[in-house]
Write a protein that binds this ligand. Structure first.
Ligand SMILES: Cc1cc2nc3c(=O)[nH]c(=O)nc-3n(C[C@H](O)[C@H](O)[C@H](O)COP(=O)(O)OP(=O)(O)OC[C@H]3O[C@@H](n4cnc5c(N)ncnc54)[C@H](O)[C@@H]3O)c2cc1C
Length: 435
């Protein structure tokens, strides 16, 4: 039996993979609902997404949707919606094709030539930040007007506090990109993405709900894991998971391996008592990993804007980091979702809801020219993948202890599926070896 701590998508994807491969699992979830940061709410017929806004319908996502029986619930977004950026006081299209690159008003001619000169620049350097890497490769104007906001926006982070080796180096390698990004992308530019954005009629929350139904009584809700102990079964690989069960008593469950699929701070607490030299260092590193806090403001507007949404260029003097156009993405009438705060202004999430709503709606009007009113303000967190990741390595753990979480691998839902699939194979081998 494998014990999984956390019923967010990482824990659920992994549980599903393990059961599919014939292994048994128990999943402990601290709260009364599954999905973690994936949270969809019906607000008078409009689906509000408090966390992720969309997935891409890759072959892996398609297969998972079929396995959990959600085919009829899928909604697809248009394939080639433009991505926008608010730069020099105006919304402009981010160039995604060669033609768009040469005709865009986002960059003046000298900055376009500077982007092309990337071919002559060196590859990644040791201990370089993403910010200095992007500026060195593409120039300051391209960095500040769209590359920095787009990359930082994925994590709510500041690229000047993210290390290339933690977040970008492996991705470039996976994409087969060597010294020059422009050179390697040249052949692909213009083709765009043929993988459409997707969601479900009731929002992305339909996916954890469907996984929960499949996994059935293998899931224990409202059961926060307090700690895990190693070696209780007389050999190093056995673990005991100790959890609350809603009563005054604690439950103890013996498992062959434990997977931490919860946020870093909770993961560190759970392994704090494990007497193992490898855990001591990892626990401290995990505890110190930063998360960015974001405020999410759902807004309704008469605006009929077409696009995926916009990011705000650096130096525009706005608190809004980006806005998703749920209206044109999935036909959610008049719905726009603004993200504020993050690493650029972490204290913003502490402001009252009404203040956040007023900032979000007035900045939306400044950018788009359209009035909006706030439907809801919520708050969430995302791993910052900043300098605090410098010494962290997920393989520094004792026998039988694993991590599968958005602080240990790519945070996007597609990345969560991939990490769950890779770990499922590793766990199968691990069980074969330890039996
Ligand atoms: C605002 C935002 C926007 C995003 N946008 C996108 C997007 O558009 N597209 C995309 O692909 N990805 C997006 N992502 C990324 C993606 O949604 C997340 O990385 C992913 O959902 C994280 O899943 P997780 O299971 O690793 O973590 P979490 O969702 O944090 O789940 C962890 C779970 O562990 C539980 N837990 C904690 N402590 C304990 C304990 N002691 N015992 C038991 N359970 C415990 C928690 O209650 C929680 O349910 C976004 C993320 C955020 C925050």
């Amino acid at each position: 039996m494998i014990g999984i701590v956390g019923g967010g998508v990482s824990g659920l994807f992994l549980g599903h993979e393990l059961v599919r491969s014939g292994m048994d699992v128990t999943i402990w979830e601290a709260t009364g609902r599954l999905g973690g940061v994936v949270s969809s709410e019906d607000c008078g017929g409009l689906v509000l997404e408090r966390g992720p806004q969309r997935m891409r319908l890759t072959s892996q996502v398609k297969k998972l949707i079929e396995e959990v029986g959600l085919q009829e619930e899928v909604i697809l977004g248009p394939n080639h919606l433009p991505l926008l950026v608010y730069s020099r006081g105006k919304l402009r299209k981010v160039p995604l094709t060669l033609n768009q690159f040469f005709t865009t008003d986002l960059l003046p001619l000298p900055s376009k030539l500077r982007v092309l000169a990337e071919i002559l620049t060196a590859g990644t350097k040791r201990d370089e930040t993403v910010g200095s890497f992007l500026r060195r490769k593409f120039g300051v104007v391209a960095y500040e007007s769209f590359l920095g906001p787009l990359y930082g926006g994925l994590y709510g982070s500041d690229p000047d506090r993210m290390l290339v080796k933690s977040v970008l180096a492996e991705r470039l390698k996976e994409a087969g990109i060597g010294r020059s990004i422009v050179w390697d992308l040249w052949g692909r530019i213009g083709r765009g993405s043929d993988v459409p954005p997707c969601s479900f009629k009731k929002g992305l929350g339909a996916l954890p709900d469907a996984l929960g139904r499949k996994l059935g009584n293998r899931i224990r809700l409202e059961s926060p894991v307090i700690f895990a102990q190693q070696g209780l079964r007389g050999y190093d690989s056995g673990w005991c998971v100790v959890a609350e069960d809603g009563t005054d008593s604690l439950t103890r469950t013996n498992v062959e391996a434990v997977v931490l699929a919860c946020p870093a701070e909770q993961a560190a607490k759970i392994i704090r008592g494990v007497r193992n030299i490898r855990v001591a260092g990892t626990e401290t590193l995990m505890r110190d990993l930063n998360y960015n806090e974001l405020a999410v403001c759902h807004m309704k507007s008469e605006a009929n804007l077409q696009g995926l949404g916009y990011q705000v260029g650096f130096g525009e003097g706005l608190e809004t980091r980006g806005v998703t156009f749920n209206h044109s993405l999935f036909g959610r009438d008049g719905l726009y979702t603004a993200f504020l705060g993050g690493m650029k202004n972490p204290s913003l999430v502490g402001l009252p809801d009404e203040t956040i709503a007023s900032i979000a709606t007035s900045e939306f009007q400044q950018v788009t020219g359209f009035k909006a009113f706030s439907l809801e303000v919520s708050r969430t967190k995302i791993p910052a993948w900043d300098l605090s990741w410098k010494g962290y390595r997920k393989d520094q753990l004792p026998e039988g202890l694993f991590v599968c979480s958005n602080f240990s691998g790519r945070p996007g839902l597609q990345g969560r599926i991939q990490e769950a699939q890779a770990l499922s194979k590793k766990l199968r081998d691990y069980l074969l070896r330890s039996h």
